[in-house]
Structures are given as C-alpha cells and as structure tokens.
Design a protein around this ligand. Sequence first.
Ligand code: DX5
Ligand code: ZN
Length: 216
Amino acid sequence: MAQINPSILSADFSRLAEEAKAVEGADWLHVDVMDNHFVPNLTLGVPVVEALGRATQTPLDCHLMIEDPDRWAPQYVEAGAGSVTFHVEAAAAPVRLAREIRAKGAKASMALKPATPIEPYEDLLPELDMLLIMTVEPGFGGQAFLDIMLPKIRRTRELISKHGLELWLQVDGGVSATTIERCAEAGADVFVAGSAVYGTDDPAAAVRMLRNQATE
Ligand code: DX5
Ligand code: ZN
C-alpha cells in the first residue's frame, strides 16, 4: 500500500497545529528541518517538532536538511519523531548514525540529493528502514519534479529486491497528481507531497486522491 506523507513546509506556519490536524489519515507528517547551511533555507527545529507531536496523532517523519546530522539527528528522536532522515552528503558516519537512530527507537532513513548516486551505498541499505530519493534540489517546496530521477528510483528498487530487503523507498519533491504514477511505476512506495496537499482547499481529500493514484 502506498504511503502519503504531507509536507508541513507547504502549510501555513501561523496555524501549524490546525494544518497538522487537517491531514490526519495520512501515514506520516513530513517535517522539513533546514539550517541555512546544508540548504539555503531555514525552517524549524527540535522545539517545533515537539509541539507538532503534541498537536497530531500522525507520526512524524523528520527530513533533516542540515549539516552535522551525526550530532543533531538523535535529538529529533528524543523530540518524538518516529522516523528520522539524514542526508548522506552531510553525514560523517552514516552507518553509525543509522544504528543510533534505530537504537533510540525510530526508523532510520537516508536521503540522496539529485546528483548523489545510489551505487556507492548499496552495502548500507540493510542498515536503513527507508531510503529517500530527492526529486528536486532540497531547500524549497513547489519546485518542478525532476523526471531524470526516475532511472535512479528504478535502480534503487532493483537493489532493494536483489538484497531481499523490506526498506521503504521514499520520493520527495514535485510529487503531484501528474507525477505520482511515474514514481510508483518506477518503484517508490512512500510519497512526500507539500504543495499538492496544502495547496488545495481540502488537504485530507488530496491525500486520499494521491494514495489512490499511487496504488492503482
Ligand atoms: C524540499 C522538501 C520537500 C518539500 C516538498 O526540500 O524536502 O519535502 O516540502 O514540497 P513539494 O511537494 O511542493 O515539492
Ligand atoms: Zn522533505
């Protein structure tokens, strides 16, 4: 079953609790943490993650677009995240970090920017619960989906199957009614959607529609 994770980045930050509640029924709430260093944007950190955890029953999927995730990621598990994604480009010791996230009780996930290949990381896959393939350059919502990422999604799905792994394959960036089927066909099963959910009048209905499209 396809999972849909609405990205709070496209929500109205002056009404975060309400916006989080508006997508109850989604699988996870995707929370984009940016530090103005790893990406040229600054969003939110541990105190807001804790507050979101109090505002919704939906588990939190924290996507850390930050430098030095080795140092900061464990705090997001303590703040209540059920899943923590770090970028491999920023991690000094990705295996150690994934093990630490899991040991603290959250799902461990690793993200790849568009220009980062999957092949060097094949042997790391068993250490992860999820792999995130960025389908835009990280930093902002509302960008156009990069079709050239489809072969990487396909190759990653093949590697997951080859090793008989259970890990989820997440895509993030430009996922919408017009692109989600291509992603699902290529092998993704977890879909982050920001503007395609919060840019509509009925975010909960958008989640249901995207899930149906990805499952068809
Ligand atoms: C971008 C973030 C995404 C973003 C997606 O760096 O990681 O999660 O919110 O927004 P859309 O779905 O609008 O591309
Ligand atoms: Zn994200």
